[in-house]
Design a protein around this ligand. Structure first.
Ligand SMILES: Cc1cc2nc3c(=O)[nH]c(=O)nc-3n(C[C@H](O)[C@H](O)[C@H](O)COP(=O)(O)OP(=O)(O)OC[C@H]3O[C@@H](n4cnc5c(N)ncnc54)[C@H](O)[C@@H]3O)c2cc1C
Length: 369
């Protein structure tokens, strides 16, 4: 029986004919969750075992909120500590001061372009579990892109198709712009496509052992190709796809992200999704409100200063709020801030773990906060 049918006839907590039960918290949601009763008993056991477990989530970006979401659903007592007075980290919207007029809010600005490629799995899953006004979820605020606009300094923008061609106009755009319109000579486009086929036909072992070590720039032989090839297929792709420099991003990361994006073109939804409004309004604020309702405590304007260690691990965390130093104690501490912050607060911890070799990690390009 389709899930939607069950949802309409089955009140929360009641058994379905096949022995499954609708979880109360999903009874009014668009996508009800049914579980086997043995599974319900296990959830109850996990919840009672974790009820008294306190988790300090350090950092209130998407990583910290995701961790808080999963933990609160499993019955942990969760507190999120965030240094800024707003949550959301790099994903939060930043309004442009003094741009609001006639009672309208300041214009929203975004740190990145906030795209949600078709191949993303976990983030949409989380978004489906964040309620939004009108019995919707935050996931309903995603819309499919139909065109990709590549803005170029001093040159006309390129407009490419972002979905399976559906009509004559789409097909014309696909051929004209994807293969000729980008200004890269035909033989170079062919060379690039050949590189993609090489990736597609490589085994998983080669991807990890070999391609992890080769920069994307080297793999596509950018140094020996035209300036347009370098700008669009070298630098532009890596910055756009994974926010790293082509000279440093690995072929494994950049190449396979690109392939997954291209596969997205062959799905009905298409290549990419975008939010219908500022990220904070249509995603992050509803998210933190929902988590608060579920019991997550948010301590903003609180900076983590150090992780205090003993032979058994982290015993407490020293934080500062409003100039006052205080200790955070919890059964678990979960660090969800960027590597740059780890360097600052946890040098001793990480240096004592030789295996991490963290000093070799490169973070300078992408870690502006
Ligand atoms: C330019 C750019 C564009 C991007 N565009 C996209 C995109 O379109 N689509 C996409 O999916 N991804 C995109 N990303 C990636 C995405 O934004 C990040 O992966 C994601 O936001 C990172 O979340 P995070 O929680 O791991 O880290 P952060 O967002 O960095 O969160 C860490 C949090 O920890 C806090 N913190 C740091 N130090 C301390 C401390 N000592 N004490 C307390 N709190 C602390 C910070 O204030 C911050 O709120 C982009 C990234 C960049 C740089």
């Amino acid at each position: 029986m389709p899930r939607g049918t069950l949802a309409r006839v089955l009140p929360a907590g009641r058994k379905a004919p096949d022995g499954r039960t609708l979880l109360p918290e999903h009874a009014t949601g668009k996508r009800p969750l049914y579980v086997q009763n043995t599974c319900l008993e296990s959830i109850a056991k996990i919840k009672s075992a974790t009820m008294s477990m306190r988790v300090a989530v350090l950092g209130g970006g998407v990583g910290g909120l995701s961790a808080a979401h999963e933990l609160i659903e499993r019955g942990f007592d969760v507190s999120v500590y965030e240094r800024r007075n707003v949550i959301g980290g790099k994903a939060r919207s930043l309004s442009v001061p003094n741009t609001g007029q006639d009672g309208r809010k300041d214009l929203p600005g975004e740190h990145g372009f906030r795209f949600f490629p078709a191949f993303y799995r976990h983030l949409p899953d989380t978004m489906k579990r964040i309620p939004y006004a009108g019995n919707l979820t935050v996931f309903d605020n995603l819309v499919h892109a139909t065109r990709i606009l590549v803005a170029r300094a001093g040159k006309p923008s390129l407009i490419l198709n972002a979905r399976i061609p559906r009509n004559v106009e789409d097909w014309a755009l696909t051929f004209k712009d994807t293969f000729r319109g980008i200004g890269v000579p035909d033989d170079e486009v062919l060379y690039f496509v050949d590189r993609l086929f090489t990736l597609l036909t490589s085994c998983p072992e080669r991807r990890i052992v070999e391609y992890e070590q080769i920069p994307w720039w080297t793999f596509i032989n950018a140094a020996n190709h035209s300036a347009d090839y370098q700008t669009l297929l070298g630098k532009g792709l890596t910055r756009s796809l994974v926010a790293v420099r082509a000279q440093e991003g690995s072929t494994r990361t950049v190449g396979y992200t690109l392939l997954q994006l291209l596969f997205g073109l062959l799905t009905h939804g298409g290549f990419d999704r975008l939010l219908t409004g500022p990220t904070s309004d249509v995603w992050l604020t509803p998210w933190s409100s929902y988590l608060q309702q579920r019991g997550v405590s948010f301590q903003t304007s609180t900076t983590i200063k150090s992780l205090n260690l003993s032979s058994v691990g982290i015993t407490s965390v020293t934080a500062e709020t409003g100039g006052q130093s205080h200790q955070i104690t919890a059964d678990y501490s979960l660090c969800r801030f960027p590597l740059g912050s780890y360097f600052y607060i946890a040098t001793t911890v990480l240096e004592s773990r030789q295996s991490l070799r963290f000093r070799r990690w490169k973070t300078w390009w992408c870690s502006f906060r």
